[in-house]
Design a binder for this molecule. Structure first.
Ligand code: PLP
Length: 391
């Protein structure tokens, strides 16, 4: 019998049966009490995640507000930026991967941008960031967990630089929030962005923001975006509604997903993600492969997804046969994005992936390499993972 399909892409990630079932309930009006109850559950669960994203259960934020948007993370990123700047404001965009670049591209449509760019997969040099941020800077943007490269960027240190100049700090926590530690208050984050389809294990098509206590994420006048007007979203959130028609099934799936996170508890969830990503990395190294990103003292490997260099024999044009061999075994992983296509592969452990599913992912990758003639140590890889996973 063929194994069940296993989705190990860095989003969308598998959803629980309960979350999927919730999405198929009969439709209700987005202005009904039934929907308001769903919004409230989703918002409460999100506030738990945003405010308790620590390994020790310590509170990471208080007094802010979680807002839910009908749209993927890019909408959340744009909402955050566009509500904080006027056209002549200066924003410093820190870029070391595709999603850092996306913040830059979004911001270029709304204000003056000073990019601080590093090669994709290279760590951020904090001195270079400090040189770029000045008292003229209105907003600094950075991606915490750079999904395109598997790097965990130094949000705390960049937050200190932003705070030194009284700049607003907008952080994309799309593939960390819900799976890794994220300390909104300690790191001086003014607006944090996350997405349903990533570490929350909710459906694609909804994203969420946390506007920290005391932050007025709202520009006056004509430059405020219409659909993403956060002042309006905040007023409607008070009634457990969105300003426009809510994506009802997606909100239902999200409500269940965040309740499941609360039931697991963020400390256990973070510990699980760290254990699994360490196991996966160790397995890849034992197989004879190398991590793609480079670290410095302020940077770590991601705890929610791993980016590995494709070895000779499965690089460039040869990579298609490898990815096909993985897919033929019923597993879905991702390649590199943009110029990293054919150079790397990426595997997620976000959401509710079990240790056995991770082992299967490792075995499948090993077998797929072997099937295209790349000599790897598949059994050593599984053994290395088991050392971490405890079997
Ligand atoms: N930010 C990060 C870190 C991401 O990983 C992604 C998607 O992978 C996004 C933003 C954008 O998400 P979407 O393209 O679904 O809007």
């Amino acid at each position: 019998m063929r194994d069940e399909f296993l989705l190990l892409n860095p989003g969308p990630v598998p959803m629980s049966e309960a979350a999927r079932e919730a999405m198929s309930e009969p439709m209700v009006s987005h202005r009904s009490a039934a929907f308001e109850a769903v919004y409230e559950r989703a918002q409460d669960g999100l506030e738990y995640v945003f405010e308790r994203s620590s390994l020790d259960g310590e509170r990471t934020a208080r007094g802010g507000e979680a807002l839910i948007l009908n749209g993927t993370a890019t909408m959340g990123m744009e909402a955050a930026v566009a509500n904080l700047v006027d056209a002549d404001d200066e924003l410093v965009a820190v870029v070391n991967g595709k999603f850092g670049r996306r913040f830059k591209r979004i911001a270029e449509r709304h204000c003056e941008v000073t990019p601080v760019e590093f090669d994709w997969g290279q760590p951020i040099d904090l001195d270079t960031v400090a040189d770029a941020v000045s008292d003229e800077t209105e907003v600094v943007t950075v991606v915490h967990n750079e999904t395109s490269t598997g790097l965990l960027n130094p949000v705390e240190e960049i937050g200190e630089i932003a705070a030194d100049h009284d700049a607003r700090f907008v952080v994309d926590g799309v593939t960390s929030i819900g799976g890794d530690a994220f300390r909104i208050d300690d790191w001086g984050v003014d607006v944090a962005v996350t997405d349903g389809q990533k570490a929350l294990a909710a459906p694609p098509g909804v994203s969420a923001l946390y506007v920290a206590d005391g932050v007025d994420a709202h520009v006056d006048g004509e430059s405020a975006p219409f659909y993403e007007d956060l002042d309006w979203h905040s007023r409607k959130a008070g009634q457990h509604q969105t300003p426009f028609t809510s994506a009802v099934p997606l909100f239902r799936g999200l409500a269940v997903a965040v309740e499941e996170i609360e039931a697991e508890g963020m400390p256990d969830r973070i510990a699980r993600h760290r254990r699994q990503s360490t196991a996966f990395r160790e397995a890849m190294w034992a197989m004879g492969l190398e991590s793609f990103p480079e670290l410095n003292e302020a940077t770590d490997y991601s705890n929610t997804l791993t980016a590995i260099e494709l070895p000779a024999g499965a690089r460039g044009d040869d990579s298609d046969a490898f990815f096909d061999a993985v897919a033929d075994r019923g597993v879905s992983i991702s390649g590199g994005q943009a110029h990293l296509g054919g150079e790397i592969f990426r595997v997620s452990n976000m959401g509710n992936i079990t240790d056995d599913q991770l082992r299967r992912g490792i075995r499948t990758i090993g077998e797929a390499f072997e099937s295209v003639g790349v000599d790897v140590e598949t059994s050593a890889a599984v053994d290395a993972a088991n050392e971490e996973l405890g079997r």
